[in-house]
Write a protein that binds this ligand. Structure first.
Ligand code: ZN
Length: 235
């Protein structure tokens, strides 16, 4: 599972500005929190920009397509005299996109409602990053930078962290992401092969025969005996 996270704007393009805030800074900070939290899950996350740099809309969509991402999530902050949260999908979005975006929107909207902000709904727009991406794509408009009450929350690092947590829990739920267990069965098999204790490739969930078990045990015991021999020689 590969997610492209797309903090909007950057470089010369500040995005919306208001109340001493710039959209490009807020969405980058938010993206970094989201990426860090997704580190606990079995998912690869790639950002369309790492710092305060200009990236064209076409380049953002192309990156997602080139990497054959499974999901594209664009992060923005609204402006224009409203308040609250809305999200967007393309007018010709597939049923899969509609359902994934609907679930993600519902999770994030719940958070905003709890914080006393209106849910402005899941809307449709012919935005380039939604149109040109070959995978389910959604764009989240988080509060209004030109509204003092919205901006006060956006300026609050704790609020942004909380929002990042909610977006992550929405992605986890929507995309069925699994927690990292630190347990990698295929990796364990690869290590045994590197060490020469098993020879063939095995599927992690394949059954072991007594013959195979005995062969591995004998290789282990041979090594143990060789080591003992060497230790004895030294003594
Ligand atoms: Zn924007």
């Amino acid at each position: 599972m590969r997610i492209i996270l797309d903090p909007g704007h950057g470089g010369q393009d500040s995005g919306a500005v208001g109340n001493g805030l710039r959209e490009k800074d807020l969405v980058l900070a938010l993206a970094k929190e989201v990426i860090s939290l997704l580190g606990d899950y079995q998912v690869e996350v790639i950002s369309t920009r790492e710092g305060d740099v200009a990236v064209s809309l076409a380049a953002r969509a192309k990156l997602a397509n080139d990497l054959q991402a499974d999901f594209f999530c664009s992060l923005h902050v609204n402006a224009g005299g409203g308040s609250g949260f809305e999200s967007y999908i393309h007018p010709e979005a597939t049923p899969e996109t509609r359902s994934l975006a609907g679930a993600l929107h519902a999770r994030v909207a719940d958070f905003y409602i709890q914080k006393g902000f209106p849910d402005r709904g899941l809307k449709r727009a012919n935005f380039l990053v939604l149109r040109e991406t070959a995978m389910p794509a959604v764009l989240l408009e988080n509060l209004f930078i030109d509204n003092p009450r919205d901006a006060a929350c956006l300026a609050d690092a704790t609020f942004l962290r909380e929002l990042a947590g909610v977006i992550v829990s929405g992605l986890v739920q929507t995309l069925g992401l699994k927690k990292n267990t630190g347990w990698d069965p295929a990796g364990e098999i690869a290590r045994l092969r590197e060490r020469g204790l098993i020879v063939d490739e095995h599927a992690p969930d394949a059954f072991v025969t007594w013959g195979e078990f005995a062969a591995v045990m004998n290789r282990l015991l041979d090594r143990w005996e060789q080591n003992n021999q060497k230790a004895g020689d030294k003594g």
